[in-house]
Write a protein that binds this ligand. Structure first.
Ligand SMILES: [Zn+2]
Length: 147
């Protein structure tokens, strides 16, 4: 004879309990989504730039591309020109990396100088910027006065 055995143990609906578990950094992840389009653009631009740089290094466009350029000076100027473009590309890649890193740290879109949020349209137009328009203007004025 059973001694007042308890009824079948009810399992406390585990699936419901699990789904309630809050995700880590719920707030910041929604913050990160705010710039999802910009992030995608940056990543695409970065890839394109890197491919260009690699291509440029693989087949350096020297005199062959410009058969008319016979004198040494023009050839050198051409090389310098290409080198400057490559340097600019590499600098831009670095800026893109930095912007992506700021996104990871959830500090993207915050002005480095005044710590205000940079308006979205400005970020969209110039995603690697670290300054709001006011601070950028100030900086340019300072640079001009330094010259
Ligand atoms: Zn600012």
């Amino acid at each position: 004879m059973k001694a007042d055995s308890p009824p079948k143990r009810m399992s406390p609906a585990p699936s419901v309990v699990q789904s309630v578990t809050p995700k880590r950094k719920a707030k910041t992840s929604s913050q990160g989504k705010k710039y999802v389009v910009i992030r995608r653009n940056l990543e695409r631009q970065r890839k394109a730039l890197l491919e260009e740089v690699v291509e440029g290094l693989a087949n350096p466009k020297s005199q062959e591309a410009f058969p008319d350029v016979s004198d040494q000076a023009s050839a050198e100027a051409e090389q310098n020109f290409l080198m400057r473009i490559r340097e600019r590309e590499q600098r831009l890649v670095k800026k893109i990396d930095e912007a992506l890193a700021r996104m990871d740290q959830d500090i993207y879109g915050i002005c480095e100088r005044c710590e205000e949020t940079i308006p979205y349209p400005r970020l969209k137009a110039r995603p690697v910027t670290t300054l709001c328009i006011d601070c950028k203007t100030l900086e340019e004025q300072e640079e001009k006065s330094r010259r």
